[in-house]
Every structure is written in C-alpha cells, then in structure tokens.
Design a protein around this ligand. Structure first.
Ligand code: FMN
Length: 365
C-alpha cells in the first residue's frame, strides 16, 4: 500500500499516460487537494489543468511575511495539497507521476502531477482517501488515553515512505524541553504587535462569509490548557492570561516531523508526509493539533534541531490524540483556484524586491 501512494520520485522523468484529461477528473483532484491543512488556513495554492494532469503553484500573495518569511510553511501547505491530489488519482485508479519544482526559473511552480498507468487503489489508500473529509485540526486537550505504540510505529513508517522522519517524544524531559521552547515562541509572538496583527488578519468571525482564515469557533479552548502553548487566535490571553484549568495529562503524544536537509524539496516532502500522517491518523480516529510557533523563530528552531531531533531539520510539531470529530474550516471554491489555461503569473511571481520569495532566500537554521 505504501509503495503505491509513494510514486513520488524526483529522479524519474515525467511519464505520461495517453488518457486525456477530463474537466471532471481535474476538478476531482483539486476538490481533494484544497482540503489540506495550511498555515492559518491561508490556502496558498493555485492549479492549472493540463491535458495530462495538473500543475500546482504557490500563491505568493498568501504567504505570511512575519510567520513565514522564507515560505517554508507555504511550501509545506502546498505539499499537503499535492499529497491529496496524488491520493485522489490513486482513488480513480491511476498512478500519479510527480515532478517537483519542474521549472528552475519559476520557484512558485511547485509540482506537475501527471496521470500514470492504470493501477487500482489498495484498501489502505482508500482508507486514507475516505478520511480526507473527516480530518480537521484539533486545538484543545485530548482524551486521557494515549496512542497505541503500533499506531505510532505505523505513522513513523508513513513518514519514512515520504522521505522524512517522525520523532515521537517519549521521555518526559524531552517533552518538557520542547514545551518550554513552544511557550517561549508563543510568548514572543503574543508580545509583538506586528505578529498579533498578522494573526488577526487571518482570524475570522464565524459568519464573516470569508472562505479562508481560522474561524473563531474552531478553537473554544484557552490556548495554554495543555503542556504545549497554542496560538492565541482570539487574543484570549490578553483578557485572561492564565487558563482556568490545565490538563498536562491530556496533551497527547507529541511528535516532530523532520527532514535530513532543509531545501524547498525537503519542505515539499514534509508537506506530503504531514498529510499522509494526518490522514492515516484520522482514519484511525486520531486527531492532530499543530504547534509550529518555535519553528518560525530561527534560534529556537536551531535549538530544537540540536537538542531534540539529533541534527535533523524540524519541519512540523504536532500533538496526536483521541478527541471529538473537530470542526471544519471553510475553503475557497475550486473555481477560484483552478484554471484550465492560466499559469497564474500575476500571483506566482514575486511582486517586488521586498516581497521576493525565492529558494535562495531560504537559509538553513
Ligand atoms: C505549515 C502549517 C502550520 C500550522 N501551524 C499551526 C499552528 O501553529 N497552530 C495551529 O493551531 N494550527 C496550525 N496549523 C493548522 C491550520 O491552522 C489549519 O490547517 C487550518 O486552519 C485549516 O483547518 P483544518 O486543518 O481543520 O482544515 C498549521 C498548518 C500548517 C499546514
């Protein structure tokens, strides 16, 4: 099952099936792709339907300049959308053939996905495909039951199948160390008015009618109610600095997704691995909460790399556990992000020097 989803191979030249694209099939892929998670639900992706598949672009106008100056999380988000498109092709019975970053002159051109040979989906792939619409980010405490070790091992295998590693923090000391760094990052973000303004720009009143951003009502908990500080989307800590109750035992299993290098190809791999892990977890009724704040502050990311992940580059920090079904967040309609004939130059090209996004601006930390 894992080999079939994992058809991604950078060294393999594009191989095209003769099957023509149909609008319906392309929309099906994009419909699935947009259910992926993204930083602040920014949905930084655009698609062009092609005769033989789909092109995925990063929408540079949706990158968060303060939280994500080099576009690492933007590419991870696109990686999640790419994994969904791959899985959706598998659901339709075809092998996806993926070329990551096919045009060196266009860094926002993230991937070309082509229809490969016919090959029916496995039960495991169908299980993950089915979980796509049930997966929602969790923000609060989990039930006290911990994840069974065999499931953690399987999630690790899924991460490996995408060329990444998943560290499950077993020792209390390790988790305490990470929790301190998450708290330090969150403290810095909450104290910085520009950062608070950026979070506010992506937080929505529940009936705002906006189809992106994080709605107020998905996160009714105090952000500090577990061992890992959460993002304060509602500005709750300004009114109530301390949580009414803290449940350290309901933090869940803390995991860090890592890559051996820190190029944009690694970020794309991390995004695909992230979504593969989230879907496999969701298929087993396990939810995930995200805590990426310290990875947005280079010295803290460096410290995590040095003290927790043995030199591997940390790309995502998650809590995993059993919770309720979670609440859906909105998505922009397919018609807004899919074009049959445009290459999205107006949004996939950097606007000016200050906003330039290029792989060269990504410095390993
Ligand atoms: C790269 C990345 C970083 C994220 N960081 C956080 C985070 O630090 N805190 C958080 O609550 N959610 C985080 N999220 C989750 C998004 O808020 C969530 O995916 C988005 O609101 C859409 O909701 P959904 O995942 O339920 O569809 C992150 C997602 C991605 C892809």
């Amino acid at each position: 099952m894992q080999e079939q989803v994992n058809t991604y191979d950078e060294r393999r030249p594009a191989m095209y099936a003769t099957r023509p694209r149909t609008d319906h099939a392309t929309s099906h892929l994009v419909c699935a792709a947009v259910t992926a998670p993204s930083l602040h639900n920014s949905q930084p992706w655009l698609f062009t339907g092609r005769d033989r598949g789909l092109d995925l672009y990063a929408d540079l106008t949706r990158r968060l300049p303060l939280a994500d100056p080099v576009g690492r999380e933007m590419v991870i988000s696109c990686g999640g959308a790419l994994f969904n498109a791959r899985l959706s092709m598998r659901h339709l019975g075809f092998q996806p053939v993926v070329r990551p970053f096919p045009d060196p002159w266009s860094p926002a051109f993230v991937a070309r996905v082509a229809w490969g040979p016919y090959d029916g989906p496995s039960d495991g792939e169908e299980l993950m495909h089915h979980a796509m619409r049930q997966r929602h980010t969790w923000h609060g405490p989990f039930r006290a039951a911990s994840l069974p070790q065999p499931l953690v091992d399987e999630l690790r295998d899924h991460a490996r199948a995408e060329g990444t590693e998943l560290y499950a923090l077993g020792l209390r000391g390790e988790e305490r160390g990470l929790a301190e760094l998450v708290r330090e990052a969150e403290r810095a973000h909450r104290a910085d008015p520009a950062h608070v303004a950026e979070v506010n720009r992506w937080t929505r009143a529940s009936h705002s009618g906006r189809l992106d951003g994080v709605p107020f009502d998905v996160n009714p908990w105090h952000p500090d109610c577990t061992s890992l500080a959460g993002r304060d989307f509602l500005g709750l800590t300004r009114m109530m600095p301390d949580p009414p109750e803290v449940w350290p035992a309901r933090t869940g299993t803390v995991v860090v997704l890592t890559t051996s290098r820190d190029t944009r190809g690694d970020w794309l791999r991390a995004g695909q691995a992230l979504q593969r892990i989230l879907l496999y977890a969701a298929a087993h009724r396990v939810s995930a909460a995200f805590h990426t704040q310290p990875l947005e502050i280079p010295p803290l990311r460096k410290q995590i790399r040095r003290t927790i992940t043995a030199g591997q580059y940390p790309q995502m920090i998650l809590r995993l556990g059993f919770a309720g079904p979670g609440r859906p967040t909105p998505r922009r309609p397919v018609a807004e992000v899919l074009s049959a004939d445009r290459t999205w130059r107006h949004v996939s090209r950097p606007l000016n020097r200050r906003t330039t996004w290029s792989p060269a601006s990504a410095q390993p930390s």
